[in-house]
Design a protein around this ligand. Structure first.
Ligand code: FES
Length: 255
C-alpha cells in the first residue's frame, strides 16, 4: 500500500558540502517500509505540474514516527529540497519499489556496499539485519574524507570499512580494493551507488559465488511504472526499475 502524505520537517542537517539529512514526521503511523524502497517527494509548488524526485529511504524511526532522507545536492530538484527548514511540509508518495532481500538473514554475514549517496539505504537495511540476528558490515566508498557522513549512525549496527579515492580516510582506492574482502567470507552482498562501482562489486560477487543484490539508480520520473524512462535490460526483458526494482539480484541483470 502506498501513502501520499504531507510530512513535517522536524530536522534539517547539513552534513557536509554535498549531503544533507532531512527528518520528516508523520501524523499517521508510518507504513511498513522495506530497506531499499524510495519516496517520490514533491519539489515544486505548482499545482499544475506536481514535479517529483525519487529519494531513497535512509532510515525509518518508528519510535518517533519519522522518515529520514539523505540527499546529495546534485540538481535543481535536490537544490529546492536543500532550502527546507523545520516546520515545512513535504509532500511524499511512499513506500515505492521493491527493496532488498530480508529473508534468511539470521546468523549471516552480510556486506552492505555503498558509494556516495548510495550509502543512504544501507543504514536502514543494516538496522533490520541486526534486529533479525544477522551481522551487517558496511563498506562505504567516498571520493574524499570530507564526504564521509553518518558514521555514528552506521556504527550502531555493524563494522564500518571506508575507502576514499584520494586516501584521505580509510583505505585508498575503490570499495572493491578494500582488504575486508580478503579477510571475511560474506554470505551475501548488497550494493547501491554509481553503476561502475556496482558492476565491479557484481563481478567480485560472481567470481566468489556470493549472492548479490544491487539497487539501480536509473533516471526516474514518475516512480510508478508509467513513463518508462527508467527501463533496464534484464534476462526477463526490459523492466521498470522504479516498479520491478530498484533492487535486483545481479543474476537478472545484463552486466
Ligand atoms: Fe516512470 Fe519508472 S520512473 S516508469
Amino acid at each position: 500500500k502506498k501513502f501520499l502524505l504531507d510530512l513535517t520537517v522536524t530536522s534539517f542537517e547539513q552534513l557536509n558540502d554535498r549531503y544533507f539529512l532531512i527528518k520528516l514526521f508523520s501524523d499517521v503511523p508510518m507504513p511498513e517500509v522495506a530497506p531499499g524502497q524510495f519516496v517520490e517527494v514533491r519539489v515544486d509548488h505548482s499545482p499544475a505540474t506536481y514535479l517529483r524526485r525519487p529519494i531513497s529511504i535512509h532510515f525509518v524511526d518508528y519510535d518517533k514516527n519519522e522518515l529520514w532522507l539523505l540527499i546529495a545536492k546534485v540538481g535543481e530538484g535536490t537544490k529546492t529540497l536543500s532550502y527546507l527548514k523545520e516546520g515545512d511540509k513535504l509532500n511524499c508518495l511512499f513506500p515505492l519499489g521493491k527493496g532488498f532481500n530480508m529473508e534468511d538473514v539470521k546468523g549471516k554475514n552480510i556486506l552492505l556496499v555503498g558509494g556516495g549517496v548510495g550509502v543512504a539505504p544501507m543504514l536502514y537495511y543494516g538496522k533490520l539485519i541486526k534486529k533479525q540476528g544477522g551481522y551487517p558490515t558496511f563498506l562505504l566508498g567516498y571520493r574524499t574524507k570530507a564526504d564521509i557522513m553518518q558514521m555514528v549512525a552506521f556504527a550502531q549496527y555493524g563494522e564500518i570499512c571506508i575507502t576514499t579515492e584520494d586516501g584521505t580516510a580509510g583505505e585508498k582506492g575503490f570499495v572493491t580494493q578494500h582488504s575486508i574482502l580478503n579477510k571475511v567470507k560474506f554470505d551475501r552482498i548488497a550494493t547501491c551507488g554509481p553503476k561502475p562501482m556496482m558492476m565491479a562489486i557484481a563481478q567480485y560477487a560472481k567470481q566468489t559465488q556470493i549472492p548479490c543484490e544491487a539497487s539501480l539508480e536509473n533516471l526516474m520520473a514518475c516512480g510508478l511504472g508509467a513513463c518508462l524512462c527508467c527501463v533496464e535490460k534484464t534476462i526477463d526483458g526490459n523492466l521498470c526499475v522504479c516498479k520491478e526494482g530498484p533492487v535486483f539480484n545481479i543474476d537478472r541483470l545484463q552486466w
